[in-house]
Design a protein around this ligand. Structure first.
Ligand code: LLP
Length: 429
């Protein structure tokens, strides 16, 4: 992926930095982000999700991977950003991210988070449900402010992915169903309220989805819904946010869509549908998270030892695990890896890669073919750019690894490694 290559010594290099250099400078475990590759992906989205008749906007779903350096990168690339918590809002503020380009999601935004958003001129709040609408309306009226909003709706598309990351089934906790007759009254209320500048609707059908047809189906359902809304309420929708969820390659079992072609296809389908139903031109948005960063990330671990068990399983023990990547334990997610200092050596062993947490389920990769491993070797696990650092924990009081951005032979620290002192910082005697 990206700028990954094997150098003449058989050692993995990313962004022109060998894993030995990275280990020496920053230690392990280490999240390595290939900056040129992320920027290239940002451009791929911007260049392909565009239209001569519709305005378009690419919104990075920051929950996939966020820190101040990443927010700065997204801002430099001219993309917008989706946030789902006070912490993500605050990171955007700290990075000097243009707040008018921020979208605030969530099914239970707290008052404090809404205050923070309003105070800092956050561009668009994506409303989730009736009670939230009432709460926010009252807050805005009190302040005499008007806020741009979208309403999240649920088009009931059952996309094929892991149950935990499906978001658009009819009983989903997110959004209001388009099949609920009350949705029209709700829309009218939003468009008539002085507190809101109602822009349109949002939907997101799930994550790590490979079928182009699910996205197109959802997009067309949203256009149909916009037509219904116009007929029943007289409200003309200005914008449709079609969400994210584009699947990526983790292992050979995954067959992702070719992104550029898919995005072009999505836009042209929406364009023709709009002209067919006679709706005026509107703005369409997408919110990729995983597909923006996943393949650009690699986690580097040091192998502490190996163990041949009586039961026949051979383990490699690494100095990280479910604390820096909970996805295998949580979703049975699969990853590929390599011994990064033995890239040219033949695979002769079948190993299970286990982390250091006190959990039998702390397995990062099951049954991987690798060269013989010895303590001190470095294991690189690829495609760890999304939902790893952002979902990391301090379980067993392990500190979170550092994050570095590598590019053109240099590495810059984006997030420091957590120290022992960091781990007790908030403890009160
Ligand atoms: N927009 C909304 C409203 C979302 O809820 C999400 C993801 C996205 C956009 C971005 O989806 P993406 O393009 O990254 O698939 N932790 C899980 C993934 C949870 C996704 C949650 N929402 C995992 O590690 O697989």
């Amino acid at each position: 992926f990206g700028t990954m290559k094997t150098n003449s010594e058989g050692v993995l290099e990313i962004g022109g930095k060998s894993v030995y250099e990275l280990k020496k400078e920053f230690g392990t475990p280490l999240y390595i982000m290939d900056e040129a590759y992320i920027r290239e992906t940002c451009k791929l989205f911007a260049d392909n999700f565009k239209s001569s008749v519709l305005s378009t906007e690419v919104i990075y779903a920051s929950k996939a991977f966020l820190n101040v350096a990443m927010a700065k990168l997204i801002s430099e690339e001219g993309l917008s950003m989706d946030v789902v918590s006070g912490g993500e809002i605050y990171t955007a503020i700290k990075a000097g991210f243009p707040m008018e380009r921020v979208y605030f999601h969530g099914n239970n935004k707290t008052r404090a988070e809404l205050e923070l958003a309003i105070e800092h001129g956050l561009g668009t709040i994506v409303l989730d449900h009736r009670q939230e609408i009432d709460t926010l309306e009252a807050m805005l009226k009190e302040k005499g402010k008007t806020q741009s909003v979208l309403l999240r709706v649920n088009p009931g598309i059952d996309a094929h992915t892991h149950d935990y990351i499906k978001t658009s089934k009819l009983d989903s906790k997110f959004g209001e169903s388009i099949y609920d007759e009350d949705i029209y009254a709700l829309t009218k209320k939003l468009s008539e309220s002085d507190a809101f500048d109602f822009k349109g609707f949002h939907c997101h059908i799930g994550s790590q989805i490979f079928e182009e047809k699910s996205f197109i189906q959802a997009a067309l359902a949203m256009v149909d819904f916009a037509v219904d809304v116009k007929e029943k309420t007289g409200v003309t929708v200005e914008a449709l946010n079609l969400g994210g969820g584009f699947g990526v390659y983790y292992t050979e079992e995954d067959d992702p869509m070719e992104l550029g072609a898919f995005l072009k296809h999505l836009v042209s389908n929406v364009e023709s549908k709009l002209s067919e139903v006679g709706l005026p031109s509107l703005k369409i948005m997408i919110e990729p998270g995983r597909s923006m960063v996943s393949n650009a990330g690699t986690t580097l671990y040091e192998i502490g030892g190996t163990k041949e068990t009586y039961g026949g399983k051979d383990y490699i023990f690494i100095d990280g695990g479910m604390t820096d990547n909970p996805r295998p334990a949580l979703y049975s997610a699969k990853y590929e890896g390599a011994i990064a200092n033995k890239m040219n050596e033949k695979s002769t062993r079948t190993y299970t890669v286990a982390g250091k947490c006190c959990e039998s389920g702390d397995i990062i990769i099951k049954d991987i073919e690798l060269p013989e491993a010895v303590p001190g070797d470095l294991l690189a696990v690829s495609t760890t750019g999304a939902y790893t650092y952002s979902m990391s924990s301090n379980y067993n009081r392990n500190g979170r690894p550092a994050v570095v951005f590598v590019k053109d032979g240099s590495a810059r620290l984006a997030v420091k490694r957590e120290t022992l002192e960091d781990l007790v910082r908030n403890d009160v005697l």
